[in-house]
Write a protein that binds this ligand. Structure first.
Ligand SMILES: [Zn+2]
Length: 128
């Protein structure tokens, strides 16, 4: 049995459907692109998120949205665990606490950010 590779149809030629409607592939594609851009105006291709591998993207996305495995979220949302307190005992284990204040993660913060950096920049700033 011989398998032949089918050539894709010429996309620039308009096609007429059984119901008489003519479809112009290129025009349809550009309209869909514009529609997507309008509906997703918040999408920023310059966001460093797009330069990361999938694992890092997932972690950052979870930190940004607050849907993560930190105790504050797990306890408040799913009633998992006995408390939302961080293991340091100082505050709820939130994204802000871990990235800004927790003494348990001070060494990691200093390694990642040599100078004091605000939470907004840590979550949404450019990759250096
Ligand atoms: Zn802590």
């Amino acid at each position: 049995m011989r398998i032949t590779k089918r050539r894709s149809s010429v996309v620039s030629e308009p096609k007429t459907l059984k119901n008489g409607i003519t479809i112009h592939h290129d025009k349809t594609k550009s309209l869909m692109k514009e529609s997507w851009k309008t509906r997703h105006s918040y999408h920023n291709r310059q966001d460093g998120l797009h330069q990361m591998d999938r694992t890092c993207q997932t972690t950052l996305f979870r930190l940004r949205t607050g849907h993560n495995r930190l105790k504050a979220h797990l306890y408040k949302t799913y009633k998992i665990g006995y408390t939302d307190l961080c293991s340091c005992g100082e505050a709820a284990e939130t994204v802000k606490h871990v990235l800004q204040d927790c003494q348990n993660y001070r060494m990691f913060r200093q390694a990642a950010w040599s100078i004091r950096t605000d939470l907004q920049t840590k979550l949404w700033g450019k990759i250096e």
